[in-house]
Design a protein around this ligand. Structure first.
Ligand SMILES: Nc1nc2c(ncn2[C@@H]2O[C@H](COP(=O)(O)OP(=O)(O)OP(=O)(O)O)[C@@H](O)[C@H]2O)c(=O)[nH]1
Ligand SMILES: [Mg+2]
Length: 392
């Protein structure tokens, strides 16, 4: 599957840059393309300059809101991000139109951080413009939710996240949810290493996107996972995850790979890796809430075995009993067994509900505070009425 990737704001642009990097890797290692074009859109000129993989011209690194933001961002005011996106959407559409391989793109992927201003405010607006223009192509969002410490220290964090999620959900065909906090659970030092988090965010997409693009028969699985399977799976709130295990480099010569014991080990290893994929999902959710799911087993062809694929399917069915499950096998990895999982059409996501509820409280407390301020200003006005003004 080939994506046309557009990153909005700093977070979105950095992750789009990471997609451009895995595309380079796919081209170098496997001779295939998984990204038809990668673009960064921002109100902040310095952030656009700091990217590494997206082409460095103005058509790929697009500055918006020049007059309103002066090249310095919108300071977390996502309403301003939305307004600027409406005014400058044409710049992005123009760039997309000129993508040389545009018609090879299977879908759009727009990316943003929910808690900021530019990306949070512009992702739904840009999605709307692009969708109106290209009605035939699916359009997905990938939205990054903030670290816990950001939620505690800045009131706008919750408000921006909730308004961003609600607006995006009304437009995008599916939204990949990514929780920054998930990546610091195991390794707290990652909090200060956004580029490493970004690599972890894009990694599960690598094999999923590559599998359907392989042309050589020896790399095409018995059950090929292609763009059609992925598009059929993606709908509404979505999470992605993957697990991997290094395979032992030497097989004991006296055991044939068909032996009962080897099969048991392979199944066991597959299940362990799938367990890891489920526990490393990009956003906290209950797999039972998924109405659609997909898994891809990638391993060297000699390790690939349909019994393992089938066992993994049964295992996933137990975790997500209501889901329609699609699957694929991909005989490409050299020394790893790798399982990627997508859970989609999640009917309930507790953490999103929490954002909505807390944002509603923020809105009512902001209204209350505004009323108090207006009352106090009126009080001052009232007591000043007998004081002459120098302006008249
Ligand atoms: N995973 C990840 N999160 C990021 C990155 N950069 C920023 N964030 C998160 O994104 C949120 C802030 O959004 P930004 O993208 O910086 O904001 P912006 O869209 O540029 O908007 P303004 O700067 O307000 O104009 C915070 O929750 C950050 O933790 C990144 O490279 N990777
Ligand atoms: Mg910014």
């Amino acid at each position: 599957m080939k994506l046309l990737v557009i990153g909005l704001g700093q977070c979105g642009s950095n992750i789009a840059d990471a997609f451009a990097r895995i595309n380079r890797r796919a081209r170098g290692q496997r001779g295939i393309e998984i990204v038809t074009g990668a673009y960064a859109v921002n109100t902040d000129l310095a952030d656009l300059s700091s990217l590494h993989n997206i082409k460095a011209d103005y058509r790929h690194r697009i500055l918006i809101g020049g007059r309103k933001a002066g090249g310095h961002g919108v300071g977390k005011i996502n309403e301003l991000g939305a307004e600027i996106a409406k005014e400058d959407a044409d710049k992005v559409i123009d760039a997309i139109r000129q993508t040389p391989k545009f018609f090879e793109s299977d879908a759009f992927l727009l990316i943003a951080g929910a808690a900021g201003g530019t990306g949070s405010g512009s992702i739904s607006i840009m999605s709307q413009y692009i969708k109106e223009r290209y009605i035939d192509k699916p359009l997905y969002n990938l939205i990054v939710l903030p670290f816990e410490h950001e939620e505690r220290t800045e009131e706008r964090t919750i408000y921006n996240s909730a308004t961003c999620l609600k607006s995006a959900n009304a437009i995008a065909d599916a939204i990949f949810l990514v929780d920054n906090q998930r990546y610091v659970r195991k390794n707290a030092s990652l909090r200060n290493n956004l580029s490493q988090i970004n690599s972890l965010i894009v990694e599960p997409f690598y094999n999923v996107l590559c599998a359907g693009e392989e042309k050589k028969a020896k790399y095409v699985g018995t059950r090929l996972l292609d763009a059609g399977d992925i598009i059929q799976t993606l709908s509404g709130w979505t999470v992605i995850g993957y697990g991997r295990s290094q395979l032992p480099s030497i097989r004991l010569p006296f055991r044939s790979s068909n032996s009962f014991r080897d099969k048991g080990t392979e199944i066991h290893r597959g299940i362990e890796v799938m367990d890891e994929a489920v526990s490393e999902l990009s956003f906290p959710c209950n797999p039972e809430d998924a109405a659609r799911a997909l898994y891809l087993l990638s391993a060297p062809s000699k390790e690939m075995n349909l019994t393992v694929v089938k066992e993994l399917g049964e295992y996933l069915k137990n975790l997500a009993p209501d889901a329609i499950i699609r699957n694929g096998d991909y005989p490409r990895e050299k020394s790893y067994l790798d399982v990627s999982i997508i859970l989609s059409e999640l009917r309930s996501v507790e953490k999103i509900k929490k954002y909505y509820l807390e944002a509603a409280n923020v809105v009512s407390s902001l209204k209350k505070r505004q009323k108090e301020i207006e009352g106090k200003l009126k009080e001052i006005d009232d007591v000043s009425k007998d004081v002459p003004s120098l302006l008249q």
